[in-house]
Design a protein around this ligand. Structure first.
Ligand SMILES: [Zn+2]
Length: 482
């Protein structure tokens, strides 16, 4: 009887993991051996027998990216609408006026195509593990399986919801029974999908936002996380309104409040954590960063969704120096970890007014090992024996990647999606020569365009004053007259 297929990958450049150092190393000219769904060897040479060979001469082989923050069901339709807009009344956030309008216009077919589109966009930009938070979760599974993506689903749990009915204030509705029911559904989902589909589909707990969950609900979530031993992600520190609401409710910052509930722990991922006590956006005296660092909770940093509104983490390098575990996410469109790494590095350098901080190594580590640590996986985000074979194959000789002396600097600062040629997930090639094998990119783009065409005219019904898409987000240039 033959065992699982053993494949040797001979590559010009490999970003390999040194377990003793706990860091990546640059292996120039080497071999990765994959058996079944796992890496069994990485080194300069390999003398054992193999069944197949992948010639990655002229390529850079790196671990796939662990993207810890996404809303795949809608993010592709943020594009072409939400950019350049941020109401000053809500401190530039789009959460209270723009996203409700966008969401209200979207139909079920548009949601389905968003999942397909997202899988293609993510694989083409190097994501091989994705954490998705949203209400419509089962529908993501067929898309992920078609693409071959490693998918963590966090069915949203909350007992409150925010809204505005006047464009000036944020108000909240509460339904505690609905929150408990959402938690039960999430737990049932997690138990049903623990390692289903060859381990590619898993669940996590996602109490959605710090200001839409009661203390009682968060205590229940904490208990379930301890029992199920799954990651937990909550949005916190994502808007000035949220921060001020929590201070008004509790006399505590959102982070202080989570700490007081006993919620924070190393299995918790804080989505954004950008508007913090002790930072300039909230202008409120506190040591939120110290609390996070001592708790071991990770921050899911999605730089673009804030940078596009002029809001910056203060700062990637300072969080690192304080001991906050950092991971990267994409959150909105474009869902590109290549861009997330670049923005994380560049925005931190601007905030810090320094060059030699938030380096390519720092952001690449956050995109790989940082994400893996955040979800409690020591077999992801690295090329090492025992790790899952989630591998990216970048061409080293393209226009953007030439000249190549330091592959990580090139990947972080210069690489385009086009430079990523092939992707392997769980030992299987799922993208070859820039084509995601299980989905039809042209067809998916056509369906997404049609979904947008249906959504844009229907958005006014989700805005508190019935404003339409062209009022909320005028065309960049006025229409041609005459
Ligand atoms: Zn989010």
């Amino acid at each position: 009887m033959s065992g699982p297929t053993r494949t040797r990958i001979d590559a010009s450049h490999i970003i390999a993991y040194d377990a003793r150092a706990g860091e990546h190393r640059y292996l120039r000219g080497g071999v990765v051996v994959v058996e079944g769904d796992s890496v069994v060897h990485v080194g300069k040479t390999f003398d054992g027998p193999t069944d197949e060979r992948i010639d990655a001469t002229g390529q850079i082989v790196t671990p796939g990216f662990v993207n810890v923050h996404a809303h795949l069901a809608g993010s592709p339709l943020d594009k072409s609408f939400i950019e350049d807009r941020g109401p000053r009344q809500f401190y530039l956030s789009g959460l209270f006026e723009l996203l409700p309008a966008r969401g209200a216009g979207q139909d079920a077919e548009a949601t389905q195509v968003c999942f397909d589109y997202s899988m293609i966009e993510l694989l083409r930009t190097g994501t091989t593990t994705i954490l998705e938070m949203g209400p419509l979760l089962e529908e993501a599974i067929p898309s992920a399986l078609a693409a071959g993506m490693r998918l963590y689903l966090g069915p949203s749990i909350r007992d409150g919801r925010w809204f505005t009915d006047n464009g000036r204030t944020v108000r909240y509705d509460w339904d505690e029974a609905a929150g408990r029911a959402a938690l039960r559904r999430a737990v049932e989902f997690i138990e049903r999908h623990d390692g289903s589909h060859g381990g590619l589909i898993k669940g996590f707990l996602s109490p959605l936002q710090v200001d839409t969950c009661t203390a009682a609900l968060l205590r229940e979530v904490r208990k379930e996380a301890d029992r199920l031993r799954v990651p937990v992600q909550i949005h916190v520190g994502q808007s000035v309104n949220e921060f001020q609401e929590m201070v008004a409710r509790h006399g505590q910052t959102p982070i202080e409040w989570l700490e007081s509930l006993g919620f924070l722990a190393p299995d918790v991922i804080l989505g954004h954590a950008i508007i913090l006590g002790g930072g300039s956006w909230a202008n409120y005296q506190a040591d939120d960063l110290g609390i996070i660092a001592r708790s071991g909770a990770a921050v899911a940093h999605s730089p673009w969704v804030f940078a596009r509104r002029g809001i910056a983490l203060e700062s990637f390098s300072r969080y690192l120096a304080t001991g906050v575990p950092l991971a990267l996410g994409t959150d909105t469109a474009p869902q590109s970890m290549l861009e997330a790494m670049k923005f994380a590095a560049v925005v931190s350098k601007i905030v810090d007014r320094q060059t030699e901080v938030a380096t390519a190594a720092d952001v690449f580590t956050a995109a790989t090992l940082g994400g893996a640590r955040a979800i409690g996986r020591d077999d992801l985000g690295r090329i090492a024996p025992g790790a899952k074979a989630d591998l990216l194959f970048f061409d080293a000789d393209t226009l953007w990647m030439t000249p190549l002396r330091d592959p990580i600097k090139n990947i972080v600062y210069s690489a385009q999606a086009h430079d990523l040629a092939d992707v392997m997930v769980n030992g299987k090639i799922v993208m070859r020569d820039r084509q995601v094998l299980g989905l039809d990119e042209r067809e998916v783009c056509r369906r997404l365009q049609a979904g947008g065409e249906r959504m844009w005219p229907a958005m006014a019904r989700g805005h508190w004053a019935g404003r339409d898409a062209d009022t909320l987000s005028p065309q960049s240039f006025p229409p041609w007259e005459g």
